[in-house]
Ligand binder design. Structure first.
Ligand SMILES: Cc1ncc(COP(=O)(O)O)c(C=O)c1O
Length: 459
C-alpha cells in the first residue's frame, strides 16, 4: 500500500491484502518470540527527527512506515511484558489474550449497552462473575471494565461519596471525608481531589492498616468536622505488596455505616493463589473492589475491573442522562456497563481476559500467579544468604524491597542505567521510610531466578 487514492473516499476502507500481510507478518513474528526484547527508553530528539514530516497529503508506503515502527519507534519503548521488566508493576499478557485483543480491535467490538452489545457484555460479565466469586462477593454483585486502576478507583469513590452524602446529608452536596492510609495508591488521593473529598489519613502502627488503626483515627474525629463516609483499604500496596487487615477494617466500616472500598489493582490476582488467599479474608465484605487484569491477570493494556456489591446503586450515580440515550434504559432489569463508571463509549476490553481464561482454564491462571510468588520467596532467601545484600522487609505477594549495603540513591539509579543499557533487566529504585532501596515486582511467570542473579551480578 502506498498512500490512498484521494478521488475514492472509500479507498482507506477497502481490503488491502498487501497491508494485511505486512501487519500479520509483524504480529506473527512478535508473538513467536520466546521472550520479547526489553528495548530502551528512547531519545526524544532522535524520535522527533524521524517522525518529522510524516503526516502529509499523499501519505506514505505502509511498508516504510511499518519498518520505521519496527526499527525506531518500537525500540524506544521499554517492553512491560518482557520477563526482564521487574520495575513498577509489569504486565504479562498470555498469547490468547493478545490475540483476542486484536479481534476486539479488528471488529471494533464495543460493550456499551445491552441494546447493542449483549454478546460482548455477556462474556465480559462471565469473567467479572469469576472475579466476584474469587472475592466472595454475593450473586447480586456486578461491574464493568475500565481503562485502569485509577479510573476504577475514581468510579468507586464517586459512588462512595454520593451514597455517603445520601446517608448523612440527605443527598445534599455537603462535605464528606474518606479514610485511607499513607500506603494507599496515589490514584486514591487524586480521585479524592477530583471529587472534592477531604482525606482522613489513618496513621498505621505497622506496615498495614489494621482495625485498631482505623478505630483510633475515627475516635479522634472532631464531630464538628465533615463526617467520614468511607474507607479505602489496599490489597497489595504498589510499593511493597502489603495487604491491609481487610476483615478488621470491614467490621469497623460496617459498624459506622461506611463504604468499604478495596484497591486490589495489583494484588487482586493473589485471590487465585492458595498460598496467599487467606491474607485476603474480609474482601468479601467490600462495597467495591478494583482489580487490574493488565497487571497480574495476564491481559494486555488497558483494562481494570471495578466490581460493586450493589451495581444498581453505582448505576444510579454514573448513568448519563441524555434524550438520545433514553432508548438504552427502556429495560431497567439490565444494567449497562456504560452506566457503571465515568465513561460512555467503551471497547469490550474485558474480552481478552475472558477468552484467555476460557481457553487456558483457571488452573493455568493459578499456577502462573503462584510462579511469581515462589520466585519472590526464592529471591528473598538469596538476599538473606548474601552478605552484601539485605531484605528491607519480608516480601509480600510478589514485591521484594532490598538494600545493597553501603549504597546511596545514585548507586541504585546508576544500576538502573547499567541494566537497561546491557538489556539485562529494567529495575528502578523506590524509597522506603525515607531511604532509597532496590525493588523488584514480579508478575511474569517467565521471569527466572537466573535473570535476577544477573541483576545482582551487576552490583
Ligand atoms: C494498588 C494500585 N492501585 C491503583 C493503581 C493504578 O492503576 P493504573 O495504573 O492501571 O491506573 C496501581 C498501579 O500500579 C496500583 O498498584
Amino acid at each position: 500500500m502506498s498512500g490512498t487514492n484521494a478521488t475514492n473516499p472509500n479507498s482507506m476502507h477497502e481490503f488491502d491484502a498487501e497491508l494485511t500481510n505486512q501487519v500479520f507478518e509483524y504480529m506473527r513474528e512478535r508473538l513467536s518470540m520466546p521472550d520479547v526484547p526489553l528495548d530502551f527508553p528512547g531519545d526524544t530528539k532522535v524520535l522527533a527527527e524521524v517522525l518529522s514530516g510524516l503526516i502529509k497529503p499523499e501519505g506514505n508506503p505502509s511498508a516504510d512506515v511499518l519498518k520505521l515502527y519496527d526499527e525506531v519507534i518500537s525500540r524506544a519503548v521499554v517492553s512491560g511484558d518482557s520477563p526482564r521488566f521487574m520495575a513498577f508493576i509489569p504486565t504479562a499478557p498470555t498469547k490468547a489474550a493478545l490475540l483476542f485483543d486484536m479481534i476486539v480491535s479488528c471488529a471494533s467490538l464495543q460493550g456499551i449497552s445491552w441494546l447493542e452489545a449483549a454478546g460482548s457484555i455477556s462474556a465480559e460479565n462471565q469473567v467479572l462473575r469469576w472475579m466476584a466469586d474469587l472475592s466472595g462477593l454475593p450473586e447480586s454483585a456486578g461491574g464493568t471494565f475500565v481503562s485502569g486502576g485509577s479510573a476504577a478507583n475514581l468510579a468507586a469513590l464517586t459512588v462512595a461519596r454520593d451514597s455517603g452524602r445520601q446517608r448523612v446529608h440527605n443527598g445534599k452536596r455537603l462535605p464528606v471525608r474518606i479514610a485511607l492510609s499513607q500506603q494507599a495508591h496515589s490514584s486514591i488521593g487524586n480521585s479524592l481531589g477530583i471529587l472534592d473529598i477531604e482525606p482522613l489519613i489513618v496513621q498505621t502502627s505497622g506496615y498495614a492498616m489494621t482495625k485498631a488503626d482505623l478505630e483510633r483515627a475515627l475516635a479522634a474525629v472532631d464531630p464538628s468536622e465533615p463526617p467520614v463516609v468511607g474507607v479505602v483499604a489496599t490489597a497489595g500496596t504498589t510499593n511493597a505488596g502489603i495487604i491491609d487487615d481487610l476483615a478488621g477494617i470491614s467490621e469497623v466500616a460496617r459498624e459506622h455505616g461506611m463504604w468499604f472500598h478495596v484497591d486490589a489493582a495489583y494484588g487482586g490476582a493473589g485471590l487465585l493463589a492458595p498460598s496467599v488467599r487467606s491474607q485476603f479474608a474480609g474482601i468479601e465484605n467490600a462495597d467495591s473492589i478494583t482489580m487490574d487484569p493488565h497487571k497480574w491477570w495476564f491481559s494486555p493494556f488497558d483494562v481494570a475491573a471495578i466490581l460493586y456489591r450493589n451495581p444498581k446503586l453505582a448505576a444510579s450515580v454514573h448513568t448519563q442522562d441524555a434524550s438520545y440515550l433514553d432508548v438504552l434504559h427502556e429495560d431497567d432489569s439490565l444494567i449497562n456497563p456504560t452506566d457503571l463508571a465515568y465513561h460512555l463509549t467503551r471497547r469490550a476490553r474485558g474480552l481478552p481476559l475472558w477468552f484467555s481464561v476460557v481457553v487456558n482454564g483457571t488452573d493455568a491462571y493459578r499456577d502462573a500467579v503462584e510462579a511469581s510468588i515462589s520466585l519472590t520467596n526464592e529471591v528473598a532467601e538469596y538476599i538473606k544468604a548474601d552478605e552484601n545484600l539485605e531484605l528491607v522487609i519480608e516480601p509480600s505477594l510478589s514485591v521484594v524491597l532490598w538494600r545493597r549495603i553501603g549504597w546511596n540513591a545514585k548507586d541504585y539509579r546508576d544500576l538502573q542505567d547499567r541494566l537497561i543499557e546491557s538489556q539485562t533487566a529494567f529495575v528502578t529504585p523506590t524509597s522506603w521510610q525515607g531511604e532509597t532501596v532496590g525493588r523488584f515486582a514480579f508478575v511474569h511467570p517467565g521471569t527466572t531466578m537466573d535473570m535476577v542473579k544477573e541483576v545482582f551480578a551487576n552490583i
